[in-house]
Design a protein around this ligand. Sequence first.
Ligand code: SF4
Ligand code: ZN
Length: 344
Amino acid sequence: MPVQCSSCACSRAVLKRPKTGHSLCKGCFFWAFEEETHRTITSARLFDRGETVAIGASGGKDSTVLAYVLKVLNERYDYGLNLLLLSVDEGITGYRDHSLEAVKTNQQQYDLPLKIVSYEELYGWTMDAIVKQVGVKNNCTFCGVFRRQALDRGAVMLNVDKICTGHNADDVAETVLMNVLRGDVARLNRCTAVSTAGGGSDGVVPRCKPLKYAYEKEIVLYAYFKKLHYFSTECVYSPNAYRGHARTFLKDLEAVRPSAIADVIHSGENLSLKEGVKMPVQGTCSRCGYISSQALCKSCVLLEGLNRGLPKLGIGKHHRLHGRILARQPLTPVEEEKMKTLEF
Ligand code: SF4
Ligand code: ZN
């Protein structure tokens, strides 16, 4: 027997919300999803009237739904925001070139300006070239560090007030777990924040996550029922094994306890640092001026490693070498040998 929508009771339900278990018709689901995002935005005061906001757009489901919903809410509630799309082209043949096509389609459909910044123009390296040198084991470290900075650099070029990203509840819960498992207290302390002020270790431009409480499953359903155009293939270099384990673990937990994602986020939000825990002190990179807690930012160290053919330089902690890198002094043959290969 067809199930009635538990909200309006006049239409047939087409889905059971993974988040609440309610059976809803399409219209009521759209409304609930959009209103919850609106509540996240207003309760945390993510935006101020008149701001220019860059939506980090990858062409994937999360950022496509974010762009669509922000456009809807900006009109419905008259936020007064100037929205635009900002994409990073990592230079991954067969993946990013295709997903950027989806972003270009969204740009036309949503009528938003689009800026694309590429690793090649910013760093002189594409991910294809990086993978040729470093292999597919640690490539995501390079990609993640470069992307964070590339988004910032693009945002600065466009003079935007804020960047918002499509991180969803599953992503945030995974990151909490990863930081617990790694004992990364500094990141654990800030990874659940719905917004970060600029100038911190997350970047120079303030960032926010309007979909922080949206379950991935609901984002997929929203995109599906709205017939949004997005690219769903995985990156061809996606071994990001550690995140993969955290993801699988979380999915297993969710299968036995559907509220696991919200519970992990709630735990992360309520952790507090005990007194006396040392936190990294933010300064600026002596080479490029980007924020950094070391003499050189992570991006400059990784780049130096690539340019010198010593890719291991930026993986792990080799801070004692920064002074010599800055002074452009050579490393000893033993140090060079150690930094050459990533097979460890
Ligand atoms: Fe970059 Fe790794 Fe993500 Fe691919 S999977 S886009 S290499 S971070
Ligand atoms: Zn730097």
